[in-house]
Design a protein. Structure first.
Length: 378
């Protein structure tokens, strides 16, 4: 059996090696490293794929979130609602801009934003909602948009884990994750479904005026060189990363299909184990399985984590500490009773290897090891 990897980037690269190597060499020979033709072409390619008017590439997914909030004109003290169960980058940028983060609980089955918790969290100071499409499926965007419209709020989609997922509205209309709210953001971190070989990110919007503002912000506030019209940052996707992403973008749907195939194997292998809850996909979204995350019952999750490591099966705990319990984001406003689901998830979730190169022999070994441990220790 091939050695197991949490994400097997090397094998994925080997399948596209000649294309990637040529693309990198072409950029080096052109010396157009910043805002070169590859960046502009990738931007156009991604606009076509997503069906969105504007893609603005940037340096990473965290910058994408920060720049989106800057572009919307959010001011210090404005409240921004997001979820407690996610990576810290989502709330980090809220703090960096001196906005006020308001953390809420998630749904127990999908791990995405709880709509009732969202409604309860809104105050006169609320200006924006940041749903996180966690682990690869969309949050309930139709319900979120309805709440946002009722209270005149911006919606900023954090699509770092769900690029390629489709959301279907109740009228049958379908949109890509990240293109539904006022603005969407994503990361091209190497382990993402669409990942480059370094850092990278992008911002999406159908709003012409907002796109114009954001294009200035990402480039030091300049629309004309040395003329700074807005306060900006230095956040650009370099040409080498764009060239790599151009090669991988046409393969994205196939990559997602491969992940779904692996997820189906996992689901079937764990179906009869009453102490394992497999991922639930909402009816209104497809799932691209950036992560495959189980919930275990009547078994010590941390002991399972160690057992898998001892058997050379990579695994991870996403996430071990709720954001409201982190030193950086702790606040006396928060009540533990408002985070019952998150507080339970951090003790019971475990994520398994998930990538495009998993084969049946590997999947069989992983699932047997887990089932045996759970059956013998519950």
């Amino acid at each position: 059996m091939r050695q197991l990897q949490m994400v097997d980037l090397k094998s994925q690269y080997e399948n596209i090696k000649s294309q990637v190597d040529k693309a990198i060499i072409d950029v080096v020979e052109s010396s157009a490293y910043i805002n070169g033709p590859e960046v502009k072409q990738f931007q156009a390619d991604l606009e076509d794929y997503l069906g969105v008017k504007h893609v603005i590439p940037c340096a990473n997914g965290t910058d994408a979130l920060q720049i989106a909030m800057m572009g919307l004109g959010l001011k210090p003290g404005d409240e921004v609602i997001t979820v407690d169960f996610t990576f810290a980058a989502t709330v980090e940028v809220i703090g960096l801009l001196n906005l006020t983060p308001v953390l809420i609980d998630v749904e127990a089955d999908t791990f995405n934003m709880d709509i009732e918790a969202l409604k309860k969290a809104i105050t006169p100071k609320t200006k924006a909602i940041v749903p996180v499409h966690l682990f690869g499926q969309c949050a309930n965007m139709e319900a979120i948009l309805k709440v946002a419209e009722e209270h005149n709020l911006f919606v900023i989609e954090d699509t770092a884990q769900a690029i390629g997922a489709n959301y279907t509205f109740s009228n049958g209309e379908t949109k890509k994750a990240g293109t539904i709210g006022n603005v969407g953001t994503t990361s091209f971190f190497p382990s993402k479904n669409l990942g480059c070989y370094g850092d990278g990110g992008a911002i999406f919007t159908n709003d012409d005026e907002l796109a114009h503002i954001i294009r200035g912000i990402v480039n030091h506030g300049m629309y004309k060189r040395y003329y700074h019209d807005v306060v900006g940052v230095n956040s650009r996707l370099d040409s080498i990363q764009a060239a790599i992403l151009r090669i991988k973008l046409p393969l994205l749907d196939g990559y997602c299909d491969a992940r779904r195939k692996a997820a189906t194997y996992y689901n079937e292998a764990f179906a009869s184990n009453e102490n394992i809850d497999t991922p639930v996909t909402s009816d209104f979204t497809t799932h691209v399985f950036h992560q495959y995350t189980l919930k275990v019952k009547n078994v010590d999750r941390d002991a399972l984590h160690q057992h898998l490591l001892e058997n050379k099966i990579p695994n991870a705990i996403y996430y071990p500490v709720p954001l409201h319990s982190q030193k950086a984001y702790a606040d006396e406003r928060y009540n533990e009773d408002d985070f019952k689901v998150t507080n339970e998830l951090v003790k019971t979730v475990i994520s398994l290897p998930m990538h495009t190169e998993l084969d049946e022999e590997q999947l069989a070994f992983i699932t047997k090891t887990i089932n045996d441990f759970v059956n013998n220790n519950s």
